[in-house]
Write a protein that binds this ligand. Sequence first.
Ligand code: AMP
Ligand code: MG
Length: 520
Amino acid sequence: MDPTFDNRYLRALPGAESPGPGSQQLQGVAWARVAPTPVAAPRLLAFSPEVADQLGLTVAEITSAPWIEALAGNRLLPGMEPWADGYGGHQFGHWAGQLGDGRALSLGQLQTPGGGLLQLQLKGAGPTPYSRRADGRAVLRSSIREFLCSEAMHHLGIPTTRALSLVATGDLVLRDMFYDGHAAYEPGAIVCRVAPSFLRFGTFELPASRGEDGLLAQLLDYLISEHFPEIARLPTPNERRIAWFVEICERTARLVAHWMRVGFVHGVMNTDNLSALGLTIDYGPYGWLDHFDPDFTPNTTDAERRRYRFRAQPDVALWNLGCLGGAVSRLLPDAAPLREALDRYTEVFAREHSEHTASKLGLDPSSFQGEPEEIAVELFTLMRRAELDFTLTFRALMALDPRAPDPSIFDVCAYDPNTLRAEQPALVRWLARYAGRARREDPEARLARMRAANPKYILRNYLVQQVIDRAEAGDPSGIEDLLDLARRPYDDQPEREHLAARRPEWARHAPGCSMLSCSS
Ligand code: AMP
Ligand code: MG
């Protein structure tokens, strides 16, 4: 059966119906029509059955030639009306002007069996009017990373854009992976991303920067009426816009608190990479903490200043919300309610982070007041000094018998026996204190909290890199294996114990495992 698309976005907002050739500044429009550029030899490398199911697509459909061609940009199915979105953004703290979908294009808004609309978007399907000087393509390595991490995030219970498919294009793409003058050809690929909307903070910043208040209002009112039905019921536009800003502040706070819970580092938290729905969006040089280093960033472009390091993420999100609030304030007589919403971000983040931290330790979250208590702060300090693995430390604490605390539980978490030894006395003291606290908890409740807050399996950078190496050598089967692993991140998967282990030493400084660039 043909899918049914209802591209309401195109009808609701002004767009460039026939932009000229090449990259250009597009004023006064939200989007521009664009045709995907066909690729040489599409091959479906992986797909997410869960996302297909949500879209009402059977496995037979998604693996059929017409769909594979559509997911490669080689054919349009009935109802698809491809377009690229305009947006701007603050990149690394500086206003960058018009950016836009330079290598992404949306195919349409698909009507789902659940009754909603989900937008399909190809990443890497060729140049658009927003491509600037770049080629509109994506390489296999970054596409595997986006495909897998989108799905892993979802299974971790963290809001995210999803990934339907990963298609190899059969074309080569030229990339200078570390911007060091060593450009090389790499296999190209296209991910089909899926979300209710891909609008970003930067969507609103661009018209605001140009004084296009009419367009700004249209975009914001569309977003609210389509995606925030509760807020859309409020009587006046001002009430709706303020309520939406409060809501996005709260959603972003919850999102970042989740990232901090699982040790995720987004890597490029520019305002064009933060979602107006509060989703994790734009998987580029992201990474996961292995040993606990709050200053870790996987992004080589940011290695010097570390603006987007792990521990900076809550503050950066607030800074980005400030940019968004600045744009939205143009539509309001008084910015005071927006400033209050930013305070709300701080409150909600503090509460969520504290609750997650308590849960990670198996303690009753109501026993933590606002700031994570000293016992948690002390553990983080010890983890950093002893170079303990973030994920494994909390899983190790799950195995602790509070009546007989045994410091050897930390052995499997340590990256360096010497630093572990140096911190051993402090760890023993901390463990005794923690055990005393844990003894006051109901053992079942304690374990249940910890199991829900502490994933056992994360897509460690080196695991994904191994799968990428194999796929580049012609064997993509590892992608499905990792996708399957990521489906049950909190469960013990006895046959996959080795995939929970700490990062091997060879991966500490290996490209792709500890450092990544934006150039993907
Ligand atoms: P990102 O760092 O992936 O968030 O991208 C920042 C901006 O650069 C966005 O406007 C992208 O669409 C654009 N961009 C990144 N890579 C490419 C590419 N290969 N071709 C065209 N535009 C790109
Ligand atoms: Mg981006």
